[in-house]
Design a protein around this ligand. Structure first.
Ligand code: AFP
Length: 331
C-alpha cells in the first residue's frame, strides 16, 4: 500500500492507515477505541496492584487484580464506543449485551491481559481482540472482520489485520501508534519453535515432532506469554508456536474465541497457517465461550509437518498416537 504523498510510511498513524483499508467508519472507530483503551491498560500493568482479586474466572482460574482492572478498562471503552452490540471477555462468565440492534454494529471477544501471571516477573504480556460483524460471537473464526493484539513489552506495539495484510504499529513518545511494519509476511519454513505445556504430558506424535524440529536445527524460544511468543514468530517471519493436546487435557489450554481465533486470523493473513492438528483453527465452529483447542501456528511447512507427525504419517506409527488415547483436535 503506497504511503500518502508527503508522508513517509513511518509517519502514518493508526487511524489514517485504517482509513486507507477501505473499511467502514464504525470499524475504524472501534479499533481506534481499543488502541486508546490499551494506554490505560499499559498504565495498570506498569503501576497496578500485582495481587489477587479474590475472584475466579470462567475457567476456575484465580483472577489477578490486573485481570479485573484490564477487563473493566476494555469493557467500558467498548460500551462507550457506540458501535458494539455484544462483548465476550476471557474474564467474564457470559456475553455482555450492550445493545440489541445489530445494524452496522460489531461484537468483540477479547482477552484483556493475556499472560497476566507474568507481570510480577516483568515479562511481556498482551491484549488480544477478535471482531465480528453483527451480534453472533460463536461464529467460526474465518468470519472475523478484524483481529488485533497489543503487546506490552520493552516497546508497546499493536498488530492488526482487517483481511488485507498484517500491519504493525509502535507507540511513540506521545503515546501515538505509528506504522512500523506494513504487510508482514511469513516465510514458508522456520527455525524457532515455542512448545507450550508440560513436556511430560506430550503425546508421542508431538514428541516426535519436537525431535524433528530440534534435528532440523530449530531454536526453542518460549516465554510463557502467548502474545509475545506469537509476535516473535510473526515478526521474524519464521517459526512455530504450539500448545498441543496433553495427556489429561485433550483440548490443550488456549481458548478458541479469545486467543486462537484472533491469532489464527492474523497468521493466515500474513501467509502462515494455524491448525488444531486436524482442521484449520478458523474452521472450528465454537459451541461455547470457554471452548479450548490444541494449536500449531506459524510457517505453513512447519504446521503441515506437525499434522503429519500427529496423524502418524511421518515415522510415527498410528499405534503410538493411540498410546495415551488422546483424540487430536476433538472439537
Ligand atoms: P496466564 O494468562 O494464566 O498467565 O496464561 C498465559 C497463557 O494462557 C498463554 O499466554 C500462554 O501461551 C500459556 O498460558 C502458557 O501456558 P503454560 O505455562 O502451561 O505453558
Amino acid at each position: 500500500m503506497p504511503s500518502e504523498p508527503g508522508k513517509t510510511k513511518f509517519q502514518i498513524d493508526l487511524r489514517r492507515h485504517l482509513r486507507q483499508q477501505g473499511i467502514c467508519d464504525n470499524l475504524v472507530h472501534l479499533i481506534c477505541e481499543i488502541a486508546e483503551a490499551s494506554k490505560y491498560v499499559i498504565n495498570a500493568v506498569r503501576t497496578g496492584d500485582l495481587g489477587v482479586a479474590g475472584t475466579s474466572n470462567l475457567y476456575g482460574e484465580e483472577q489477578l487484580a490486573l485481570d479485573v482492572l484490564s477487563d473493566r478498562i476494555m469493557r467500558k471503552r467498548l460500551i462507550q464506543s457506540g458501535v458494539v452490540c455484544n462483548i465476550a471477555s476471557e474474564e467474564m462468565d457470559e456475553i455482555y449485551e450492550v445493545q440489541g440492534d445489530a445494524n452496522g454494529l460489531y461484537s468483540v471477544a477479547y482477552d484483556p491481559l493475556d499472560g497476566s501471571s507474568l507481570v510480577d516477573v516483568n515479562l511481556a504480556v498482551g491484549t488480544i481482540v477478535s471482531i465480528y460483524a453483527g451480534c453472533d460471537l460463536l461464529q467460526p473464526g474465518r468470519n472475523q472482520v478484524a483481529a488485533l493484539y497489543i503487546l506490552y513489552g520493552p516497546r508497546v506495539s499493536l498488530v492488526y489485520t482487517v483481511g488485507d495484510g498484517v500491519h504493525e504499529f509502535t507507540m511513540n513518545h506521545l503515546m501515538e501508534f505509528t506504522l512500523t511494519r506494513e504487510n508482514v509476511r511469513m516465510q514458508p519454513e522456520g527455525n524457532i519453535y515455542a512448545p507450550g505445556g508440560l513436556r511430560n504430558k506430550y503425546n508421542d506424535g508431538d514428541e516426535a515432532f519436537i525431535k524433528y524440529l530440534e534435528t532440523k536445527g530449530c531454536k526453542l524460544r518460549y516465554s510463557g506469554g502467548f502474545v509475545p511468543d506469537i509476535n516473535q514468530v510473526l515478526m521474524k517471519g519464521k517459526g512455530l508456536f504450539m500448545y498441543p493436546a496433553l495427556v489429561g487435557s485433550p483440548n490443550g489450554k488456549l481458548r478458541v474465541l479469545f486467543e486462537l481465533n484472533p491469532m489464527a486470523f492474523i497468521m493466515e493473513h500474513a501467509g502462515g497457517a494455524a491448525t488444531n492438528g486436524t482442521i484449520p483453527i478458523l474452521d472450528i465452529k465454537p459451541e461455547s465461550l470457554d471452548q479450548r483447542a490444541p494449536i500449531y501456528i506459524g510457517c505453513k511447512a512447519d504446521v503441515a509437518k506437525a499434522m503429519e507427525f500427529l496423524n502418524g504419517a511421518e515415522g510415527v506409527s498410528a499405534g503410538n498416537l493411540e498410546t495415551k488415547s488422546v483424540k487430536y483436535g476433538s472439537v
